[in-house]
Design a protein around this ligand. Sequence first.
Ligand SMILES: [Zn+2]
Length: 66
Amino acid sequence: MEPSIAQTLTTLATCPSCQTDAALTLGALAGGGYWTCSRCSHTWDAGRLATAAAYAEWASARRLRN
Ligand SMILES: [Zn+2]
């Protein structure tokens, strides 16, 4: 089941690099927001997150094959 839009809008974004919660919701991110992670100092926006998610998916699919 897909998460509801309301849930997405209030869920905090998470740094893909160190899993630290951002002080930013996914809704704000979708609206063009971005944040700099307090732990690892990476800067993330919707585009970078999509790239990181696609890479993680690719990497896990690759692990399953090997
Ligand atoms: Zn981080």
